[in-house]
Design a binder for this molecule. Structure first.
Ligand code: NDP
Length: 399
């Protein structure tokens, strides 16, 4: 059916490549390109037999012209960006120049200030419309499936959704005293930033990890959850009818938080460059270099993740509640594709988004977040591609 150019060769990319190769009828050909070509070759070497034709290439995606050259030589139908958020705009520019559809899993971030805002990418809407191509933003799990869950709840169960609580729980244990489950820089920027949630048309700011609750999650049990800002809150607050409040919660263990506090207190989580032995260096970049590579956690991580959305609203004038979530097992993900559940839960939805775009099911000119498309084919594909979901109409509510 089509050709995909996949940019980035980290943990998420490994899953995307495996999953595309499991769907060879849709992904007939893929080119895996990244800054370090040997990482692409290592991913390809780990693939089981597949009908998909796979090649690799070197590209510095910070440079639009390099991406343009690669697109012109490979001629893909879609570019799947699973590099880092810093490359979103340069890759979108290359897609515009060549007239190719675009997909990513995280919003653009300026390298020097953590922002978590869609404004830079939403500003491309007119250009993508005029070029007649589609950009699908945030097609991972959160953002991604959480937006699909919200669109599904809105379509099938509610006239108006008033409250959404997104709960992202990871009960996995990798056995290290401290490591991050995906890119340490992006992860630590997210957690050490102020919290924020949407209430009655306003954004309420909190100190980092200031608000904590405990929540009894299906399958994984009671966990401490902390309120964070997360990028899908911005798009869902605009795209969901009647919304009054949206919050995002994530689990952290005591051990993780103690390490993080020490690292913060000594200045290691800062992205402000310091002078060291005649060189400018951002402490967080150095920290990334000494922490375990998230891709190496796969074989060691045991346990499960549970990520889902709790909705409250009205249907036919009556109050209604709904909870939809996925459970993913770290070891099973590793057995299937050689990555732990965090990469798996991001890579599978990226493949599904790209599959729906290639099939022409999710395709219209412009720049869109996932909740702006029909959720049904995506929900169906989650069940068929390793991320089955479960639902409850009597969830425990967060106050
Ligand atoms: P990794 O750090 O493991 O991989 C990133 C890859 O991008 C590396 O191969 C890196 O190459 C490559 N890269 C970095 N800069 C460039 C560049 N200038 N040109 C070409 N390639 C480059 O990250 P993950 O796989 O963990 O995460 C990938 C993306 O997924 C991130 O944007 C992350 O924020 C997002 N994510 C989204 C989630 C969601 O649910 N929506 C959840 C988790 C992650 P090199 O090795 O040479 O540095």
């Amino acid at each position: 059916m089509g050709k995909a150019l996949i940019i980035g060769a980290g943990g998420v990319s490994n899953v995307v490549v495996h999953k595309c190769c499991q769907n060879s009828d849709v992904f007939e050909e893929i080119c895996l390109a990244s800054r370090t070509k040997s990482k692409c070759d290592a991913i390809v070497a780990g693939l089981p037999e597949t009908k998909t034709k796979v090649t690799t290439a070197q590209v510095d995606a910070d440079k639009t012209e390099e991406v343009v050259t690669l697109i012109r030589s490979f001629e893909p139908d879609i570019v799947i960006n699973v590099a880092l958020p810093y490359q979103d705009l340069t890759i979108m520019d290359a897609c515009l120049e060549t007239g190719v559809d675009y997909l990513d899993t995280a919003n653009y971030e300026p390298p020097d200030v953590p922002k978590f805002e869609y404004k830079w990418q939403w500003a491309y809407k007119d250009k993508f419309e005029k070029a007649g191509i589609t950009a699908l933003l945030g097609s991972g799990f959160d953002p991604g499936v959480t937006g699909v869950f919200s669109a599904y709840a809105q379509k099938h169960y509610f006239d108006e959704i008033h409250y959404i609580d997104i709960v992202d729980a990871n009960a996995g244990d990798h056995g290290y005293p401290f490591a991050t489950n995906f890119n340490p820089e992006i992860n630590i920027r997210e957690i050490t930033s102020n919290g924020r949630y949407y209430k009655d048309g306003e954004w309420i700011e909190t100190k980092p990890l200031e608000i904590k609750k405990t929540y009894d999650l299906p399958t994984i049990g009671e966990k401490d959850i902390y309120l964070l800002y997360h990028e899908e809150l911005e798009s869902l607050s605009k795209n969901i009818r009647g919304i009054k409040q949206i919050r995002f919660w994530m689990t952290f263990s005591e051990k993780y938080l103690t390490h993080l506090k020490v690292l913060q207190n000594v200045g290691m989580t800062s992205i402000e460059p310091i002078e060291f032995e005649g060189k400018k260096i951002a402490p967080l970049h150095f920290l990334k270099a000494v922490l375990p590579d998230p891709a190496s956690l796969g074989p060691r991580t045991k346990g499960k993740t549970n990520i889902g959305c709790i909705f409250q609203g009205i249907k036919n004038g009556e109050p209604k509640t709904y909870y939809v979530y996925n459970i993913c097992d770290h070891q099973e993900a590793y057995k299937e594709v050689g990555s732990q559940a965090i990469s798996y839960t991001t890579g599978v939805p990226a493949m599904i988004g790209a599959m729906l775009m290639l099939k022409g099911i999710w395709k219209k000119p412009g720049v869109f977040n996932v909740e702006e498309f029909d959720p049904d084919p995506f929900m169906d594909a989650l069940n068929k591609n390793g991320l089955p979901w479960h639902e409850s109409f009597e969830p425990v509510l967060l106050d």
